[in-house]
Design a protein around this ligand. Structure first.
Ligand code: ZN
Length: 290
């Protein structure tokens, strides 16, 4: 089975031979790929780049089309000059991409799919990082769309899923939910558009504030009175994080906490300010025993 470094070399070879070249012919043993070629021809597109990601090999064509292949056992890409004899049987050919100077042939490539950038980001098993919340030119609408693309997840889990939004850690998860008055155990499906937008905007604001803070504190999400008390413990500046049983800074209700998601990262929330909406969740119905 080709390892990551083998694929890296293959990608580099293909990149050197094909990048910047125009496709003159495309053929495949896979009807699914040929259908895409029929609908929006590969011929005439420019090969923009070739890269490997883990065990995946990606060929990017102009016009937002990406050929994703996985070699699994025994698959391989070869590169030939026009007219050169193939080293493997024609019956093993799965994909041919020809340019004027070189032909790339995928033999026994078991997984091959066309994707757009957006489709690829959503593909199962193909991990891509979601929009980075700290990016100055972050497209917030896209970030909101990503968040809402998993209605089946609990909000607290979705916020920490790096393929949806990248950068939010466990502290921000709870703080952002509190600031938006969203219970972290609600399902993403229950979020209104303004709520989803607020979560993204608030997460971004908190994270940017943290980065730009020069005081050396890790966290400055809570900027209420206690910010001026001069306490050095950053936990004193948080709304709910690690404040289980302590009174909510807004309403005085005892903060609750519970492990959440497969990674069992604890979420903190105020049951009064962040009511459970949508599917009933027994965790959020419980009251702390003091
Ligand atoms: Zn409260």
């Amino acid at each position: 089975m080709p390892e990551g470094d083998t694929l890296f070399r293959t990608a580099r070879t293909l990149e050197r031979g094909l990048a910047g070249q125009q496709v003159t012919r495309f053929d495949s043993a896979y009807p699914k790929l040929n259908r895409v070629h029929d609908d929006s021809p590969l011929t005439g597109r420019t090969i923009e780049k070739v890269e490997s990601k883990g065990k995946w090999l990606l060929i990017y064509f102009s016009g937002d089309l990406i050929l994703l292949t996985h070699m699994l056992m025994g698959g391989s890409w070869h590169i030939y000059r026009p007219g050169e004899k193939w080293q493997r049987r024609a019956g093993e050919m799965r994909i041919v991409i020809e340019t004027e100077k070189l032909h790339a042939v995928g033999f026994l490539v078991p997984v091959a799919e066309f994707h757009t950038t957006e489709g690829l980001a959503r593909r199962d098993g193909f991990r891509t990082l979601g929009p980075r919340l700290l990016d100055r030119d972050l497209d917030e609408l896209e970030a909101v769309r990503r968040l809402r693309s998993r209605p089946d997840l609990e909000v607290g889990v979705a916020l920490m899923t790096q393929s949806l939004l990248s950068g939010i850690g466990n502290v921000y998860k709870s703080e952002v939910c509190f600031a938006c008055r969203v219970n972290p155990f609600r399902l993403v499906a229950s979020l209104t558009e303004p709520e989803a937008a607020a979560l993204v905007a608030k997460a971004r604001r908190f994270m940017r504030a943290n980065v730009s803070d020069t005081s050396g504190d890790q966290i400055i999400t809570y900027t209420g009175l206690r910010r001026t008390t001069g306490r050095s413990d950053p936990a004193e500046r948080l709304w709910v994080y690690r404040r289980r049983f302590e009174p909510c800074r807004k309403c005085g209700t005892a903060i609750e906490s519970h492990k959440q998601g497969v990674d069992a990262r604890t979420s903190f929330w105020c049951p009064q300010c962040q009511p459970m909406i949508g599917v009933k969740n027994p965790v959020c119905e419980s009251r702390p025993t003091i």
